[in-house]
Design a protein around this ligand. Structure first.
Ligand SMILES: Nc1nc2c(ncn2[C@@H]2O[C@H](COP(=O)(O)OP(=O)(O)O)[C@@H](O)[C@H]2O)c(=O)[nH]1
Ligand SMILES: [Mg+2]
Length: 365
């Protein structure tokens, strides 16, 4: 299953507009199909200039981009952790995603109600985080109660986890996201099964009015400042504009963007930021020169794991991999020339795949 990014935030901030624009954008850009799996789940192709350059070099019959899934999660209201609104359902959906894109509203529109009178994106973030933290506290406390019972028989065995849970509860009680709790690998493993909502990787999407593009103005500045404390990425876009431009002829849309000082669709930046957030890298394959494909892979994976993504036969019969970086291949101009130049390397199954590797797997059929 693909990794998923949940689009979350208060009602009427533009979540569905972003989600729908993601759909529309990629229907319009040849080679970057966007498929909707169900009304709330969509697959976004990852825009990648390296793939485009490889396609110009190899001239394959088909180009398949790397992908990442987005889920449009219904709006959260204050009190959700107590079941208000779609409360539990909402929190359950967030529990299932691998990362969170939090949309905040920074556009003015008197016709579209907002939870508070004033536009204050940082306070909106706090409203959402309060609910997420309350839900996490409930999860942590349930775990504590369970351990308390279990540890009666074997206190030593559970001491480390009990201590960790106490620290986590204190952290959340102080209003701090569990993502910022300092923990080691072992502790991370202990917390992982709890699927804590505020521990998930996160980025912010500031939905601004068109007049505030390209930098996003004061609201975006405040969100950036807030995000910097968490080390979170921020993407500024105008969702309504993105949706509108998707319906325009591509050259006209590009010209309009250029006038606004936007180098590319805001959604491209969002997809790339989401990809990075999931700690994914890209490797490329060009099967028989006919199908050029970009694949998403967890950073730190071996070439043997990469082979398994392509085909289970390739993994089972793995002999070795021929690897060249996309830059070296593009500079060489052809695989044959790259070999002559000595930039194609042979690797065994334990080689750690690097972002931008072009890989050819040799295997026993
Ligand atoms: N003016 C303006 N309206 C927007 C923008 N983004 C979304 N909207 C409008 O705000 C309303 C709520 O948007 P929606 O995407 O359904 O919000 P959600 O509840 O967060 O999913 C809709 O009427 C949208 O057309 C924007 O960037 N500017
Ligand atoms: Mg919606």
């Amino acid at each position: 299953m693909s990794l998923q990014i949940g689009i979350v935030g208060l009602p009427n901030v533009g979540k569905s507009t972003v989600f729908n624009a993601l759909t529309g954008a990629h229907a319009a850009v040849a080679g970057y199909p966007f498929t909707t799996i169900d009304p709330n789940v969509g697959v976004a192709a990852v825009p990648d200039p390296r793939l485009d350059a490889l396609a110009r070099l190899i001239r394959p019959e088909k180009v398949v981009p790397a992908t990442v899934e987005f889920v449009d999660i219904a709006g959260l209201v204050a009190g959700a952790s107590q079941g208000a609104g779609l409360g539990n359902q909402f929190l359950g959906h967030i529990r299932n995603v691998d990362a969170v894109a939090m949309v905040v509203r920074a556009f003015h529109d008197p016709d579209i109600p907002h939870v508070s009178e004033r536009l204050d994106p940082v306070s909106d973030i706090a409203t959402v985080d309060t609910e997420l933290l309350l839900a996490d506290l409930a999860t942590l406390q349930r775990r504590q109660e369970k351990l308390h019972v279990q540890s009666k028989a074997a206190p030593k065995e559970y001491a480390a986890e009990m201590h960790l849970l106490e620290r986590a509860v204190a952290h959340a009680n102080a209003g701090k996201l569990l993502r910022t709790l300092p923990i080691n690998e072992v502790e991370a493993e202990l917390l992982r099964p709890l699927n804590l909502l505020t521990a998930k990787p996160r980025l912010y999407v500031v939905n601004v009015g068109e007049a505030d593009l390209p930098d996003g103005g004061e609201a975006a500045r405040r969100v950036r400042q807030h995000a910097a404390q968490e080390g979170a990425a921020v993407v500024v876009l105008c969702a309504a504009l993105e949706a509108e431009l998707n319906t325009w002829p591509p050259e006209e849309a590009a010209a309009y963007r250029a006038d606004l000082g936007l180098p590319e669709p805001g959604l491209n930046a969002l997809i790339r930021a989401g990809f990075a957030l999931l700690d994914l890298i890209t490797f490329f394959t060009a099967t028989g020169g006919q199908v050029l494909r970009a694949w998403e892979l967890r950073r730190g994976s071996t070439v043997w794991e990469a082979a398994g993504k392509i085909h289970s036969d390739m993994q089972r019969g793995f002999i070795r991999a021929e690897v060249v970086s996309v830059q070296d291949l593009l500079a060489a101009g052809s695989m044959a020339h790259a070999r002559d130049l000595g930039v194609v390397h042979l690797h065994g199954r334990d080689y750690i795949v690097q972002d931008g590797d072009v890989i050819h797997i040799r295997f026993h059929a």
